[in-house]
Write a new protein. Structure first.
Lengths: 228, 228
């Protein structure tokens, strides 16, 4: 691990890549368009490619993101993260256990963890993760290995119970992003809403604008509460 | 990386696991039987399992092998090797580049590299690998992503050109192991010949006996040459 920003990453608009959903465009091209238009953190998720190809892609994407100060997160594969100097990893419940990952990557790495149930979220309270991926917040065709959706109600409850940064993922797009933010998410993660968009850059701008508007609204609400 | 023997591993009888070929028996059970009966090094190769399951399996196998002083090698996945304290990794041409792997694992790790062509073998002469996997020496149904077989003739030529320890793999069994050793292999790697055997322990004993007999014959030949 090396490079710039590590802890307290800005998870406002979190792009998760999927080469199969990118309408035949190279992942690096989608990442570039999104990174120049408001995405704050990028996770490379490649399940069906060789280690060598994954490393090559991660290096290409890192060259795009590093000058913009946007952290690069690798899904599951610590070997790829270590070989490429990525900023961290995102692990799921069937990936490397968190403790192992932290020991191997060190204190400065960003490590995010997916939680699919209240029980998994409860266990995660004992871990020093950098954020929780609340997954899936809505049911989605992108991932089929996930359980029941949290839905807005589940996200709201989790917000009251977790000390961690919450990144909602699953079925989020321009129509529901504001609701997700209002429910207590610190950021939204998207796959299709950017990767499968006709114009990934435009999609990123729209989503980032929604996140920022929701954040201003939350701050205003907080002030009004204090003032009343 | 930690544990016992590292460099100059004994590659005489090299077991490569394949859970799909193990006739429904747990991999750890096959490994135990083989390890107690002459296998000198074990590589875990798991392509279709989660990182968490791979790590759990590697830990189980390491507990079996460590007391016997038999090194555990992980196929491709440096993350799994690092998380479990395995003795090294085996990498193919589409896995992590050798230089990256050596930097991440350190000098004491065992790193083997598959070579499928004379050109790949030529490139490997520049690398400080611990052994070459000459793959496939015969064509085999186990791996379908490999190129033409080396055959005995190719192995003989490679022996004259390579400074590395050569481990032949692909289609080796009790009927051809002696020929492979006589052609210049330092050891034989098997999958089916042990994993798919009715009695993996017995198969390991037979194969190890063949290897040792071939080795004695080679030493004898060398002495006769010197004496003549």
């Amino acid at each position: 691990m090396d490079g710039g920003m590590k802890h307290a990453p800005d998870v406002s608009l979190y792009l998760v890549t999927d080469s199969r959903l990118s309408l035949g465009r190279p992942v690096a091209e989608v990442v570039r368009a999104a990174a120049q238009n408001g995405v704050t953190i990028v996770q490379l998720r490649e399940k069906d490619c060789s280690t060598r190809d994954f490393i090559a892609l991660a290096r290409r994407v890192r060259e795009i993101l590093a000058p913009l100060g946007i952290p690069l997160i690798i899904n599951d594969r610590l070997d790829v993260a270590l070989a490429t100097g990525a900023d961290g990893v995102h692990i799921g419940q069937s990936d490397m256990p968190y403790g192992n990952a932290r020991r191997l990557l060190g204190e400065d790495a960003i490590i995010g963890l997916s939680v699919g149930t209240p029980e998994e979220a409860r266990m995660a309270e004992m871990l020093d993760v950098d954020y929780l991926g609340v997954s899936p917040v809505f049911s989605t065709p992108t991932k089929t290995d996930t359980g029941d959706a949290w839905e807005i109600e589940g996200l709201k409850i989790l917000r009251t119970r977790s000390r961690h940064r919450l990144v909602a993922i699953g079925g989020i797009n321009q129509t529901n992003a504001a609701t997700v933010m209002a429910a207590g998410a610190d950021g939204i993660a998207v796959v299709s809403a950017i990767c499968a968009a006709d114009d990934p850059g435009k999609a990123a701008r729209q989503l980032r604008a929604i996140v920022e508007k929701s954040r201003r609204r939350k701050i205003l609400k907080g002030c009004q509460k204090k003032a009343s």
